[in-house]
Structure formats: structure tokens, C-alpha cells
Design a protein around this ligand. Sequence first.
Ligand code: LIP
Length: 280
Amino acid sequence: MSPLAEGSGASGSSDADDPIVLRDLAIELARGAGQIALDGRRGAAAGFGGSTKSSSTDIVTEFDRAAEAHIVATLRRLRPDDAIIGEEGTSDTGTSGFSWFVDPIDGTTNFVFDQPAWSCSVAVGRDDEMIAGAVFVPPMDEMFAAAKGAGATRDGAPIHASDADDLALALVGTGFGYRPATRREQALVLADLITQVRDVRRLGSAAVDLCMVACGRLDAYYERHLNSWDAAAGELIAREAGAISSDFDGGAARPEEMLVAAPGVHRALLDALRGIRPAH
Ligand code: LIP
């Protein structure tokens, strides 16, 4: 039965709440929303833009909103008792104990500039633990997904974090916030770290960065000042692929401070970041 069929995902039935079933629903939601965004991008006039949110560079487009609306309408139909938190304003409280985290277009700046690293990210948690998620990267036509305890996949095939064990040879991803003061702080950290690693990539989508760690195209990723919806699915996918996640002190990863790395370089990157605390 399709994950989008009536009754297939209704919360309350034990099958529908299985992490594998929820993962397959997240895949279909991410794929459908990602296709809406991709079709919109391809049909958009040259130089189309959007409105702004937290700063003049924090963009939201009609396609962010359309993609989120698609996911939210489907979840309200299939799983009406679940909570939903979406980047573009959805904030449904729920009664089931299940919460969905939706980033309809993660990497919106890349989307607007027609750069390839943007994604649709859908995750679901039970109480306070993420248990299933999917990240669809439409320009690359790649679907990353995971269910707790069932591993991580790219287009259905198992993926694993890299076997990197030398930070000096590690390829590390990171990103920057939208506020100038935040960006300055993050650039000061990068100015020191870049001397200690092979190289750095700033792809522009946390969800894509995290999936790159999950499949070994990056050895590690770190960023501060994310939102829950940016990282909810990607962090689960990376952990299920064998990566280690934490904050910059070795505690539990959180959107405000996230470090996700192949096991062989996590400790070294943790120590490097601990040693770089820029003056605020
Ligand atoms: C983006 C994040 C990315 C960060 C960008 C931006 P958005 O999310 O995924 O990691 O570096 O500044 O916040 O705003 O494109 O959904």
C-alpha cells in the first residue's frame, strides 16, 4: 500500500507508527514537495526572487510555501493527531506524541540562484527522539532516508560515513547564519580550523551537508545557529550511517550547535573546535 493511501499512515495503529512505515511516508512527502519546488524553479522567470525573513539575505519563495503546504495537507489528512513544525510557519500541536519537522526547501539561497545544493527535508520524532526522516535533493535526484535502528540509505541502497581517521586529511562542511554578527563569529572559527583540515566545503544546505557525511562525500560537518527543521532528518540519517553527532562540548547535538563526523575524526574535530573559541 502506498504510504500516501488513506489509512496507511493514520497514527494510533501500531503498523502506521513503525519507524520503517514513517520513513517511507517521509520519503513520499519529501519527494512530492521536492518535485513541486523543482517544477516551480524550472518554470520561474530569470531573476525570480522572494521575500525576506530574519535578514535581507534570508529568502522565502512561493515555492517554499507551496512545498510546505503540500506536506502539511497530506500529514493533516493521514496523521491528524500529530504535531507539525514547518520552517514557513506551520505550528500544529498534536496529541499523538509524534512531531513532524519540515523544511520544504533547505538551501533557499541556492534554490533562488539555481545552485544544485538544495533539498526538501522531512523528519518525525516520537516524544523527544527522532525516529525517521528523508532528505530529497531534487537537482541531484537523490533520496536519503533513515529509520531508527534500520540504517541509512541513498535511493534505497545502504550508505555509511567515511573511514577517515586523520583530521588533517578530512574534508569538512560548514555553514553560516544570516546575521552579520553571527557570520563574523563563524568566520573567525573557520579562519583557525581551515589550517587543521584538508579543506572546507560550504554547500549551503545543512540537510545536504549531513547527508554528504552519511554517504562519505564529506568526513564531517559542523555549524551553529541552525533551526530544528534544518537538521532533524539529516542528523538521524548521518547517525544511522555510523557518524557520531554531538555539540561542541561532546554533549547531545542540538540545532544551536551541531558537529557530525565520521567516527575516526569526531574527537579530533571536537578538540579543534574547543580550542577555537572566538572572542564574542
Ligand atoms: C540554510 C541552512 C544552512 C545554513 C544557511 C541556511 P535555509 O537553511 O541549511 O546550513 O548555512 O545559512 O540557514 O535558510 O536555506 O532553509
